[in-house]
Ligand binder design. Structure first.
Ligand SMILES: [Ca+2]
Ligand SMILES: [Ca+2]
Length: 352
């Protein structure tokens, strides 16, 4: 029953990134004894929270449901009565909670410079889960109208587990403006898995600033092209890990594919902390997507510039048919560690 939150199973820890531990049941008998059938919301509304239950509330783990087809933001966010917008779920989420997104198209509406902004931190013991539930949830950013910066999905928080989503359609609403599909800034200890970011007028995924220990796994970034930049096509990399501070090691890209982006596939521009890219593919970058018309730089794996020489780990990757080099040091001060990489049919050197 809706009111009986205290009787619900309360998963509060996680065996792995996505698998909940067996549920933990909290004793809320004082609550029941005192309030009988009163809805919990009513108890909270009049400030009558018995001590036996306040602990349970502090430790609760809630599943928040969102559905663009069936939802309404005045709903409680249950499976039967979901929210409509991801922003409404993000606004109320707490550590340990799970946001389940019904598969389908989420048309993001915002006059601000982001479509969805994630700012609530999870914790190591209670990460926050956001995932497409039973299929891909597609965040469509094409209605964002900000004429300066547009970040479609902006993540400025720690300890999130995000999976089964796609982000697409971010537009440059003014010449020279900046668009990012998925933007992690000052965000650490996050996992993005099975995430796609495509057909933005800017880079697909960017990690920057004080951001460390993030894992991007089984992701795709493709078809990104920024025609209204000063150098048309010159900023739309597939995945940028850029300007990451020296203390922020541990960012890992694993099993990701970046292709048909107008600038580079992967770009570690000005990142001073060690980045690992493994088991990933960069192909056909450097063209206007879907054509053979040259656009931006066209490197598969661009590994500089930097001043401190972080030994980036470049392991078991494939660079194929990029317009420029497959792998390019691009002014890196140190020597990346190369193991098991293959470069084929790139327009310039395989390794530069
Ligand atoms: Ca460029
Ligand atoms: Ca680039």
């Amino acid at each position: 029953m809706e009111w009986d939150i205290c009787a619900a199973s309360l998963p509060s820890k996680f065996q792995s990134d996505f698998e909940p531990m067996p549920p933990k049941t909290v004793d809320c008998s004082p609550f029941r004894t005192w309030f009988g059938m009163w809805p919990l919301a009513a108890c909270l509304a009049v400030g009558l929270v018995p001590s036996g239950c306040s602990e349970a509330l502090a430790e609760r783990s809630t599943i928040i449901h969102v559905s663009p087809a069936r939802g309404n933001d005045s709903n409680p966010g249950t499976a039967a009565a979901p929210l409509a917008n991801i922003s409404a779920a993000v606004a109320i989420v707490r550590p340990g909670d799970t946001i389940l997104l019904a598969p389908g198209l989420y048309k993001l509406q915002s006059k601000r410079n982001y479509g969805v902004a994630i700012r609530t931190n999870g914790t190591p013991e209670a990460p926050i889960i956001l995932r497409g539930d039973g299929g891909e949830a597609i965040l469509d950013c094409s209605d964002l109208t900000k004429t300066s910066t547009v970040y479609c999905l902006n993540i400025e928080a720690d300890w999130w587990r995000i999976s089964n989503i796609a982000v697409t359609g971010g537009k440059q609403n003014r010449a020279g403006s900046w668009v990012v599909g998925i933007n992690l800034v000052n965000a650490s200890n996050n996992i993005l898995r099975n995430v796609r970011s495509y057909r933005h007028q800017g880079p697909g995924i960017v990690v920057s600033g004080a951001s460390g220990n993030n894992l991007l796994e089984d992701c795709e970034a493709f078809g990104n092209f920024d025609p209204l930049s000063d150098v048309p096509g010159g900023n739309a990399d597939g995945i940028q890990i850029t300007s990451v501070k020296r203390t922020q090691d541990g960012n890992v890209v694993s099993r990701c594919r970046v292709y048909d982006n107008s600038d580079d596939g992967f770009d570690l521009w000005k990142t001073e902390a060690v980045v690992t890219i493994r088991n990933s593919v960069a192909s056909r970058n450097g063209y206007v997507p879907g054509t053979s018309e040259p656009a931006g730089d066209g490197v598969g794996f661009k590994l500089g510039v930097n001043r401190s020489g972080p030994p980036h780990q470049i392991l078991n990757n494939l660079a194929v048919e990029n317009r420029a080099a497959g792998f390019d040091l691009n002014g890196a001060a140190g020597k990346p560690v190369f193991v098991g990489n293959i470069a084929r049919s790139n327009g310039k050197a395989g390794y530069n």
